[in-house]
Design a protein around this ligand. Structure first.
Ligand code: FAD
Length: 370
């Protein structure tokens, strides 16, 4: 490890793609210092709760496919190796890429280390308590993702349902659902991909609050990044929002989804009203049998550890700066990477997070980052 102590200039919390992107630029400063091209670089460390590299990608289901080809799914500096299989790269391919990435740049990732609480130190800076002791730092870059905080709506009858319920985060593949009545809830990418994954083997009912909205078939991760960037730039310039990706649709038509949709297997029904012991009741009173309900209802940013800071919330997320949307308005030493467009254009994507990571590291270090 680069630092033997537990007092660093910059502490990155989370070692998924967003945390590694920050690590890349922090490492660049370290390299520039070593070659005499710049002054002293900030010391840093990355704390990651997972036992293995790869962030959320190591937990995704087997058939998950990226929105875009490898060439448009890379973090800064090192291109994701080409994918030899059909379609776009798998989740494992990404997890392996991230594993290689952190060793290639010799990033000081400490794992498994879970941050439990972040509070302000008396003389400025942050005190960071973990399940493996205390760290202190001048800057905290939060990159904890949202995989650990699934969002499941409470509906009448939830407790009486006798079947199995799980969230996207618990889905591993279609094998254990063959021949069963499965209700998949959610009109986003996870809902569409999981419904498409199950239709060949299970009796699937796909349920969405509003009719599914597919992005045009030619829109992939690269286009999403461009759209998100335009939106954030417009907002930062005080211009009206362009509507962003959401104005185009919610679901990226990856090949598996397109195939199921075009075969007429992805006809969504409206959201049901309540759960019953062996199924769900629709708004019109009809009953749908359900052995399993899979809630593909999204995630919330995993920020419990920041509670002691008492951050101001805006639209349910920490308020951030209009010019540098990763930077907290409450605490200039605090940054957010990877959660969504609110903290940087396409910050939740491999291709998008690098730009905001670079700007955040430059602001944190008080020096330009090449
Ligand atoms: P994560 O990958 O979740 O990593 C966060 C890390 O922080 C984890 O290792 C976690 O253990 C750690 N952590 C959490 N809390 C703590 C704590 N308190 N202390 C210490 N460590 C902590 N993105 C793309 O770019 N392209 C795609 O094609 C794409 N397809 C997707 C398809 C689906 C169905 C889904 C669900 C997502 C997809 N994404 C895609 C999004 C992408 O997977 C996530 O946005 C991305 O994993 C977020 O990266 P992250 O580094 O912010 O968070």
């Amino acid at each position: 490890p680069v630092n033997s102590g537990r007092d660093v200039d910059v502490l990155v919390i989370g070692g998924g793609q967003a945390g590694l992107a920050a690590g890349f630029y922090l490492n660049r400063l370290r390299r520039d210092e070593a070659s005499g091209r710049s002054g002293p670089a900030p010391t840093f460390a990355i704390l990651d709760a997972n036992a293995e590299p790869g962030g959320a990608w190591q937990h995704y289901w087997n058939s998950l496919e990226l929105f875009s080809p490898a060439a448009y799914s890379s973090l800064p500096g090192y291109q994701m190796p080409a994918w030899q299989g059909e379609g776009n790269p798998s989740a494992d391919h990404v997890a392996n890429y991230l594993r290689t990435y952190e060793s290639r740049y010799d990033l000081p990732v400490h794992r498994p280390v879970r941050v439990e609480a972040v509070r302000m130190g008396e003389g400025g800076g942050y005190i960071v308590d973990t399940d493996h002791g205390r760290w202190t730092s001048r800057v905290v870059i939060n990159a904890t993702g949202s995989w650990n905080t699934p969002d499941i709506p409470r509906l009448p009858g939830s407790d009486g349902f006798t079947g199995q319920q799980l969230h996207t985060a618990g889905y591993r593949g279609p094998e254990s659902y063959a021949g069963r009545n499965v209700v998949v809830v959610g009109g986003g990418n996870s809902g569409a991909q999981i419904a498409a994954d199950l239709v060949p083997t299970a009796h699937v009912t796909w349920v969405t609050r509003t009719p599914p909205r597919y992005l045009p078939d030619d829109v992939d991760g690269r286009a999403l990044f461009d759209i998100a960037t335009r939106r954030v730039k417009a907002l930062a310039a005080g211009e009206p929002g362009t509507g962003g990706v959401a104005s185009l649709g919610d679901i990226v038509a990856v090949p598996a989804v397109r195939k199921a949709r075009d075969a007429g297997l992805l006809d969504a029904r409206p959201m049901f009203a309540r759960l019953l012991p062996g199924g769900v009741q629709e708004e019109d009173g009809g009953k749908l049998d359900a052995d399993v309900i899979i809630w593909c209802t999204g995630f919330r940013p995993d920020l419990q550890h920041l509670q002691p800071l008492g951050l101001t919330l805006r639209n349910g997320v920490p308020a951030t700066d209009a010019q540098l949307p990763a930077q907290s308005v409450d605490s200039p030493g605090l940054f957010f990477l990877g959660y969504g467009d609110w903290c940087g254009p396409a910050s939740a994507t491999l291709i998008g997070v690098g730009a905001t990571a670079r700007d955040s590291v430059a602001a944190a270090a008080g020096m330009p980052v090449r």
